[in-house]
Design a protein around this ligand. Structure first.
Ligand SMILES: [Zn+2]
Length: 212
């Protein structure tokens, strides 16, 4: 099960929960907010994608509460604490940034945020992937938006990279980090679902799933 605590520039954090354990993906909120939004059930291990405040705002506070943060390190590491097997991939962004392939007892997940590249993998059950803007929906000044365009995933690029992807075991695609100004969320969800044939959802800014 994938829980959304929040997404976007004001803060991103997600939880993967399985019977055997749970993992926090990024922690872009204060400890208090993370606790409240997870209803007091916050995992004790965080996988951090990169150190930009929407992803890492809560890192230090989270560590100070005796939790563990994984960021980089070995390219292949076993997180024994919660029973997950993690493979990390460095992906292009304006700072060092990682995508994580996460094998739980029950499912295999791919977590990709703040990059233009979707790693192509077989056998994933859940794809948690950034869909930040659409070239068609950009309402802010293009020059200002240029930096985001170079370091974030557009709907168009995502659709292109999903061509030929292995959807045989895929249960859901969860779109994350949508821009408030530069993406028509309904259209993005509909287009990804139509092209892939996989149930597609989008994380909502303040937690939970977007429902129109
Ligand atoms: Zn970033």
């Amino acid at each position: 099960m994938i829980e959304i605590l929040g997404t976007g520039s004001s803060g991103s954090a997600y939880i993967i929960r399985e019977q055997a354990g749970s993992l926090l993906l990024d922690g872009g909120f204060s400890y208090k907010t993370l606790l409240r939004r997870s209803k007091g059930n916050l995992p004790n291990v965080m996988l951090l994608s990169h150190r930009h405040s929407p992803a890492s705002r809560g890192e230090q506070e989270y560590i100070s509460h005796r939790n563990k943060v994984y960021y980089g390190g070995k390219t292949n590491c076993r997180i024994d604490a919660n029973g997950f097997y993690i493979v990390l991939l460095e992906v292009p962004h304006s700072v060092t940034c990682y995508s994580y392939i996460i094998f739980g007892d029950e499912e295999a997940y791919l977590y990709v945020t703040d990059t233009t590249v979707l790693p192509k993998l077989n056998g994933m059950n859940y794809l948690i992937v950034e869909c930040n803007y659409s070239e068609q929906d950009i309402t802010t000044d293009k020059d200002i938006h240029l930096k985001a365009m170079e370091t974030h995933m557009s709907l168009e690029s995502l659709l292109q990279q999903l061509v030929g992807y292995d959807f045989s075991g895929m249960k859901e695609i969860i779109l994350i980090n949508p821009s408030k100004l530069n993406l028509d969320r309904d259209r993005a969800i509909a287009m990804v679902q139509k092209q892939t044939g996989v149930v597609t959802k989008m994380a909502d800014y303040k937690g939970g799933y977007y429902n129109g």
